[in-house]
Design a binder for this molecule. Structure first.
Ligand code: ZN
Length: 632
């Protein structure tokens, strides 16, 4: 999706932002989300909202206006806090804070758009979705033949209750109608917002009239999709008998809203907004395949069910889930496609730090949560929970169904595949646990397996930082899920810099500019940020805003900021990256020198001596790579 670059984004005056930061006490902002206790002076601490912990390592300094978590390293000011905890963009966060604390904001002249009550484009699109959700809901409830049809479909075909429809604000898009266009036109939204909201097909250059705005969804059951803050950001539309034949995606059972400024599929889980308030002691998240499955779970009292938006689950969705609860139980189809999906899912989940169990029904050929819960209610959940498998048990069973009868060759091949999965887990404690699990399920002695795993890791080290496209011994199964931009060393280091000030300052001293491949997007950004630090222009996160020049760069920074670092040692990872970049830079030079040395014949040749000296110098550098020394 390309967003128009000329789009007028309201820019708040920097003086106004400074004023906001001075007038709003960070304690009051954070205390809405985190229960804070005084810890001397004007400092407070509490349980970190960004990672799961039992003893508080999240510190707030009211004097400095900053928070920092010593567990996960997250740090920032009031704006970062609101952006991260409420999922808002920078300007929206500033506007939300200003409103909450009664501070007036001033905008740079000419940037407020046509100054529609200072509503940002995203806010307008949120508002359009509210209007649409209401509209679809009213048509669902209407006393007319269409209303009768859809309510009958809901209760008879889907076998859901009217109360559930009310709960989820289920709606109906009539087959032919201009009602929605009329409703939004009445509210005087901007043309930009109407064109970008994804609810209409509007021809380029067409007038924004009821006739010129063709509804995207016609003759379908409408399921509102909410973000983790319960704002409607999109719809999933289920095909019905009434779906018109001239609907461009008539054949599709489910049609989703396109991606818009407020809707990114890969960062959204259906029902997370409600499920997260029910996830807690003894109530892990339950991951199901579709929205209707999730609603079925809800209807029988299993309130922690979430569903990915679209077919496959992404890193972003898992990180979001991890933010609220560390455990997830998965319902995947027991057919081979479902098993493959589950095996693809597992390494992503481990990387996100989630503890996974797979729900199984003993003896069942196919597990359909919708049908299962419809017929047997919550009791069915207790039953599948009883025969559920932990991560490694499940993986061993899928890869080698008859482990007891397998030969050692087969077992060792399976172990190698499992190592790829286990290596994704960040903590050594969980890795050790997984290796023990594998040992008991594959029936290989634990010490032998541990040794093999260490060998595997040694072989892999470096490949984590392999440049994109370089041959890797065994591609991690999760690799394809990563966006191309987030591959490679520059991206890894940029990620660390954005999350850890010590790494940022360390790299600004130890990472030479010429080692960075600045033609890639992450490389360019890394180079620019490190230069800013070197020139003392970096004053923290707010400097980042000013360094981001394009939408692409903003998106990359947001993606990297969105991912939270694991409990790993940042200095160690940064050093691995440094070493790998040094190699990438120096190895070709070394090879060139060696070629030249080989082509020289006589000993005592002055140029040969120079070459040998150069070789020694480079070899020495490679043996003593630069190193960041702080502890993290
Ligand atoms: Zn934390």
């Amino acid at each position: 999706m390309s967003r128009s670059a000329s789009l007028a984004v309201p820019v708040i005056k920097s003086r106004s932002l400074q004023d906001l930061k001075h007038r709003v006490n960070i304690h009051d902002v954070v205390a809405r989300t985190v229960s804070l206790k005084k810890s001397g002076g004007n400092r407070f601490k509490g349980l970190c909202p960004f990672h799961s912990e039992k003893s508080p390592s999240f510190h707030v300094s009211a004097d400095k206006g900053f928070y920092k978590c010593f567990g996960c390293g997250k740090a920032g000011d009031i704006l970062n806090f609101v952006m991260e905890t409420e999922g808002l963009q920078f300007t929206e966060a500033a506007e939300a804070l200003a409103k909450r604390f009664g501070v007036n904001l001033e905008y740079e002249a000419g940037t407020g758009g046509p100054s529609r009550e200072e509503r940002s484009l995203r806010q307008e699109i949120f508002d359009i979705h509210d209007v649409a959700a209401d509209y679809y809901r009213q048509t669902f409830l209407a006393t007319n033949p269409h209303g009768d049809f859809i309510r009958n479909y809901w209760t008879q075909n889907r076998r859901f209750t009217p109360e559930l429809a009310d709960d989820f604000k289920i709606g109906f898009a009539p087959p032919e109608d201009s009602g929605l266009a009329g409703a939004v036109l009445q509210k005087k939204f901007s043309e930009e917002a109407l064109r970008q909201c994804g609810l209409f097909f509007i021809r380029d250059g067409a007038m924004l009239t009821i006739g010129g705005m063709r509804p995207r969804f016609r003759g379908r059951l409408m399921i509102p999709i909410r973000d983790h803050q319960s704002r409607v950001v999109a719809f999933t539309a289920r095909q019905l008998e009434l779906t018109p034949k001239d609907d461009p995606s008539h054949e599709a059972k489910y049609v989703n809203s396109p991606e818009t400024p407020i809707f990114t599929k890969s960062h959204l889980l259906f029902n997370l907004d409600r499920a997260r308030t029910h996830a807690g002691e003894g109530h892990p998240f339950v991951l199901v395949e579709g929205q209707l499955d999730a609603m079925r779970c809800w209807s029988v009292g299993l309130k922690t069910a979430v569903a990915p938006q679209g077919t496959s689950i992404t890193d972003g969705q898992l990180v979001l889930m991890r933010r609220y609860h560390p455990q997830v139980e998965c319902f995947f189809d027991s057919d081979s496609a479902g098993q493959k999906a589950a095996l693809r899912f597992l390494p992503l989940a481990l990387r996100a730090g989630l503890e996974v169990r797979f729900l199984m029904l003993a003896g069942a050929e196919k597990l359909d949560p919708d049908l299962l819960f419809l017929e047997r209610g919550l009791a069915a959940y207790e039953e599948v929970k009883k025969s559920s498998l932990n991560a490694m048990e499940f993986a061993v069973r899928s890869l080698l169904p008859n482990a007891a009868a397998a030969g050692s060759e087969q077992k060792s091949r399976t172990a190698q595949t499992l190592f790829e999965i286990v290596a994704q887990a960040e903590s050594d404690v969980s890795r050790t646990g997984f290796i023990q699990d594998i040992s008991s399920h594959l029936r290989i002695p634990a010490n032998a397996l541990e040794k093999d795993f260490r060998t595997y890791l040694a072989r892999q080290s470096g490949s984590r930082f392999a440049p994109a496209g370089a041959p890797v011994v065994a591609p991690a199964p999760a690799a394809d899920a990563r966006d191309a931009h987030t591959k490679g060393m520059e991206s890894h280091l940029l990620f660390l810099c954005l999350h850890n000030d010590s790494v940022l300052h360390g790299l600004s001293q130890h990472l030479p500019h010429e080692w960075i491949i600045a033609t890639s997007l992450p490389g360019r950004l890394l180079d620019r940020i490190l230069a800013e630090v070197q020139h003392n222009g970096w004053t923290g996160r707010e400097s980042l805003e000013q360094l981001l020049e394009t939408e692409e760069e903003k998106a990359l920074a947001a993606t990297l900021l969105f991912d939270s670092p694991g409990e790993e040692n940042m200095a160690k990872i940064a050093n691995e990256g440094l070493r790998a970049m040094q190699h990438r830079f120096l190895e070709p030079q070394l090879r060139q020198i060696e070629l030249e040395i080989a082509s020289k014949g006589t000993i005592g040749d002055a140029s040969l001596i120079t070459l040998l000296k150069q070789r020694t110098a480079i070899t020495r550098q490679l043996q003593n790579p630069p190193k960041l020394t702080f502890e993290s």
